[in-house]
Design a protein around this ligand. Structure first.
Ligand SMILES: *Cc1c(COP(=O)(O)O)cnc(C)c1O
Length: 497
């Protein structure tokens, strides 16, 4: 199977090339030319397998120039013994009958980004040895908080790679910041920027596609790649857990083979929900995909009107990993829904960067409406939902998960839809202790530092803070730099010196 670019359909590359390059040279995103299918018999068979077997089977359908041995070693390297705190890797937790929380944060950094970023370094090492032998890979990351840490942890001390992470100085939680600035490893760098996540992402994209920069790197035997969800190697591991979730629903007796489910996803860059769409197209009986946003509800408006308009106020919320106004992966969906029309994608993306908005065709809008529902929830709603779920169901959600739960409850009430539902849960609540504590015990956060809040949250709820977060207490940051967005390129060259 080959991959092409959303902005130039004449491009044809292998999965190794798609993963090692990260983004196509003309700025488009790589997508597989066709979506592989699995049958209900396959799914029923996979229900008897563990996560590693499920991952191997799904990945082998997409990474067709990887050998079975290569896939086996990548998957075991990512999800093998001791990597995740649950044997199931992505377990389900029953919230109420027919509503399952898919816990995607059992990995080393306690956020769902680990699901992909524990695997990506392995995929990238194999892919670049095939398609770019001898080159050193330089990973640039723009992060709204969780990707940065998960990528650093995934790539630290991986041979032949260097990684540099940019994060918005005022846009991440104290715990997220501490996780990144204390990162260990000899091949890592971390720098704050004066700006928001979109500034960081735009800056990184600009460096990626700058031919002069690429030439300078090539001279030194290096090339850029991306660990952001624009890299196909980030997307493909995420498809696995939607297949796996359906298997787990079967095993729990929540559904019978062939029954439909709905999936609700707290959304930022549109990577996670796009993976659910791929799972649906592969043959997992997903009925509605419900896209949940926080106050930055550009996607809610888009899915309801067909007009994407990023010209609006940007809010810094208690769910910072969703504080995004330009959702990169939407481009892949538009390419697919327009029948792989690269010209129309170029046109819409051109309008987005020139004037900040575009309107999709009636045909694409009709398909969007059929596939997706959408809703948003502001900070007050998020906190109210955390309090309600904790009191009502003894379940402690993080702020991002709470956005999804709240949007789901609105959806269920508005539509009367009682289809069994999987809600993606994307972070451990202790990553966002302040907002979560404030939700379960308003006013209690006053005068407490981050780790006192962790303690108080434990006392209030009985939940235990994962050791990898608790152990950050008292660690001295290694990386304290903050640059202007114009200076990002210089920071990159400084690291590579
Ligand atoms: C990244 C992230 C999201 C958003 O996921 P996308 O794939 O960017 O839509 C939601 N919640 C958390 C905790 C995250 O880290």
């Amino acid at each position: 199977m080959f991959y092409t670019s959303t902005r130039d359909k004449s491009i044809k590359v292998t999965s190794s090339q798609a993963i090692s390059h990260g983004i196509s040279a003309e700025g488009g995103l790589f997508v597989p030319e066709e979506i592989p299918h699995i049958t209900m018999d396959d799914i029923v068979r996979l229900a008897d397998c563990d996560y590693i077997e499920r991952a191997k089977e799904i990945l082998s359908l997409y990474l067709t120039d990887f050998t079975a041995e290569e896939i086996d070693s990548c998957v075991k390297g990512a999800y093998g013994e001791g990597k995740f705190s649950s044997d199931k890797i992505a377990p389900l937790h029953t919230l109420t009958k027919g509503v399952e929380i898919l816990e995607l944060w059992k990995g080393p950094t306690c956020a769902f980004k680990d699901m992909a970023l524990q695997l990506l370094p392995h995929l990238l090492t194999v892919a670049s040895a095939k398609s770019e032998p001898g080159k050193q890979i330089v990973i640039l990351v723009a992060t709204s908080g969780d990707t940065g840490k998960a990528a650093l942890e995934g790539f630290k001390d991986v041979n032949n790679t260097k990684i540099l992470v940019f994060y918005p100085n005022d846009g991440v939680s104290p715990m997220q910041k501490l996780q990144m600035t204390t990162q260990e490893g000899s091949n890592v760098g971390v720098c704050a920027i004066e700006g928001n996540f979109d500034d960081a992402q735009t800056g990184v994209k600009k460096i990626f596609t700058d031919k002069a920069v690429a030439a300078k790197l090539a001279e030194q035997g290096m090339m850029f790649s991306s660990a952001n969800s624009i890299n196909w190697g980030r997307l493909v591991p995420q498809i696995v857990y939607y297949v796996s979730a359906y298997c787990e629903m079967l095993n729990k007796g929540e559904i019978k083979p062939g029954d439909g489910i709905n999936v609700v996803v707290p959304t930022g860059n549109f990577g996670n929900i796009l993976a659910a769409y791929y799972a649906k197209e592969m043959g997992v009986p997903i009925k509605k995909l419900v896209c949940a946003s926080n106050a930055n509800n550009v996607l809610t408006d888009f899915l309801k009107t067909g007009t994407y308009n990023r010209i609006r106020d940007f809010y810094t919320t208690v769910s910072p990993s969703m504080d995004i106004l330009i959702s990169s992966n939407l481009e892949r969906l538009l390419f697919l829904l327009s029948g792989m029309d690269d010209a129309v994608v170029r046109e819409w993306m051109g309008e987005l960067s020139a004037k900040g908005s575009y309107k999709v065709s009636d045909d694409v809008f009709a398909k969007l409406t059929e596939l997706f529902d959408a809703g948003s929830c502001d900070d007050n709603g998020t906190k109210a939902c955390i309090a309600k779920e904790f009191k009502g169901h003894k379940y402690l959600c993080d702020t991002h998960t709470a956005v999804a739960v709240s949007v789901y409850e609105d959806y269920a009430e508005r539509t009367g839809d009682t289809t069994p539902t999987v809600i993606a849960s994307t972070a451990n609540p202790f990553k966002f202790s302040k907002a979560v504590l404030d939700a379960v015990h308003p006013g209690m956060t006053e005068n407490l530092d981050e780790f006192e809040m962790v303690h108080a949250l434990h006392d209030e709820t009985g939940e235990v803070c994962p050791p990898q977060l608790a152990n950050l207490k008292g660690k001295t940051p290694r990386f304290t730099g903050c640059c202007k967005k114009e200076d990002m390129e210089q920071v990159v060259f400084d690291l590579l010196k």
